[in-house]
Design a binder for this molecule. Structure first.
Ligand SMILES: *Cc1c(COP(=O)(O)O)cnc(C)c1O
Length: 412
């Protein structure tokens, strides 16, 4: 057994990031400044987005998306139950109603056909959605083409939560680049939280067309408009006008200093994630007790999370026991995510029942996210594989155990 605990995820910070942070500290410019500007430009170029705003978190980026698109009380937004809570909290922050639609059984992403059916039937409780908020869960892009078609037909904005999807591709195009589509209103948000594929400790990026991002920039920094400088130029640079009660969502140069170097390493870091995911897939594919994550042919998976699905009817332990026992073997694991409709606040406010979203509920009960980070070495990967496969062998359900030994199931 492994001697030391293997955490679920650890950041990989190198000397380059450390040196750049020190350089920033010595520069006398530590908050939003030249490094943030450079990070925005380099990030936009990397994902092929027309423009980018660096912010304090992905949650802030999602909130700004709603504000920039004027989503307000009385509006409704369609999203998935299998996401992180902050992705829907922002709807509450602007007073919009949440419309949950169930997920696809394989990718666990928002099911475009189910969205289409809900819109066709008009069974949205009298609500008129203004936007659709897909999440590229685990780093596997959503079926964007199908979602775009729905968005065009029903005049919905698309607010993509790409917290996991860096770097990812859908039909060859980088996630982040679709925000340049002229026949759609679209924004994409990324997260640089400590566990994410690119980290700035805390941070996020909102990408989209400059005309929309201009509004997001206002909301991100106190609603202070510098356009006033131009109009009142002769009065000096101290003058600004406040055009909305904005928030304080700016990124600092200290964070951007880390991000600039993480971005340069991202392709290599992603390559390591891909390799680990392939090793897991190869090791687990032969087990009837396990179901490996979906990976459609026309996508590049960012492999932020490796979410294994347990075939519970073939095992004599629950998912929770599985995770506890992995911990006893010094392997950290997690669950992504507790579905939104099971959380107390949303249950009470919207009156959800667990069975309202049967796919999300069923999958939630059998999901296990295994350790996955570019900091893991081959021995770490081997230890995870060994722990999982030996536990599966130990916990085969007896009726399947007999069958797998090549005996008759009815034999004593
Ligand atoms: C991490 C995460 C967020 C929030 O990102 P922060 O940068 O921590 O605000 C939003 N959505 C999903 C799916 C996430 O995993």
């Amino acid at each position: 057994m492994r001697k030391t605990f293997l955490p679920f995820s650890v950041p990989l910070i190198g000397q380059e990031e450390i040196a750049e942070v020190v350089d920033t500290l010595q520069s006398e410019w530590i908050t939003t400044g030249p490094k943030v500007k450079r990070f925005e430009q380099e990030f936009a170029a990397f994902v092929g987005a027309p423009d980018a705003v660096a912010v304090s978190s992905c949650t802030a980026a999602l909130h700004l998306s709603l504000l920039a698109l004027d989503i307000a009380p009385g509006d409704a937004v369609i999203t998935t139950p299998l996401t992180f809570c902050s992705g829907v909290h922002v709807l509450e922050h602007v007073g919009a109603r949440l419309i949950l639609v169930d997920v696809e059984p394989d990718t666990l992403n928002l099911d475009a056909e189910a969205v289409q059916r809900s819109l066709d039937r008009g069974n949205l409780g009298g609500l008129h959605p203004k936007a659709i908020m897909p999440v590229d869960l685990y780093g596997h892009p959503c079926e964007l083409e199908a979602l775009f078609e729905i968005a065009r037909e029903h005049e919905l904005a698309v607010i993509e939560d790409a917290a996991h999807a860096l770097p990812a591709r859908y039909r060859g195009a980088m996630i982040g680049s679709h925000s340049s589509l002229q026949d759609l209103t679209m924004l994409t948000s990324f997260s640089f939280y400590a566990t994410k594929n690119l980290t700035t400790a805390e941070g996020g990026m909102l990408v989209g067309r400059p005309d929309i991002l201009q509004r997001a920039r206002l909301w991100a920094l106190h609603g202070m408009s510098r356009d006033a400088w131009k109009r009142y130029g002769s009065e000096g640079s101290w003058f600004y006008e406040v055009v909305c009660p904005g928030y304080k969502y700016n990124m600092t140069d200290l964070q951007a200093a880390i991000g600039l170097h993480q971005l340069r390493k991202l392709t290599d870091l992603h390559g390591r994630r891909q390799k680990i995911a392939q090793q897991y897939n190869k090791a687990f594919a032969g087990f009837d007790e396990l179901h490996i994550p979906a990976e459609r042919e026309h996508v590049q998976h960012a492999w932020h999370v490796y979410a294994l699905q347990l075939n519970l009817e073939r095992l004599n332990i629950s998912r929770n026991e599985f995770i506890s026992k992995l911990r006893l073997r010094n392997i950290g694991a997690s669950v992504h995510f507790i579905p939104i409709h099971l959380h107390q606040y949303y249950r009470k406010k919207y009156g959800y029942k667990p069975e309202d979203f049967p796919v999300a509920l069923r999958e939630y009960q059998r999901l296990v996210s295994l350790p996955l980070s570019p900091k893991m070495n081959d021995e770490d990967v081997h230890d995870v594989i060994h722990a999982v496969t030996s536990m599966v062998r130990e916990h085969r359900a007896s009726r399947f155990l007999a069958a797998s030994r090549g005996q008759s199931v009815s034999a004593p």
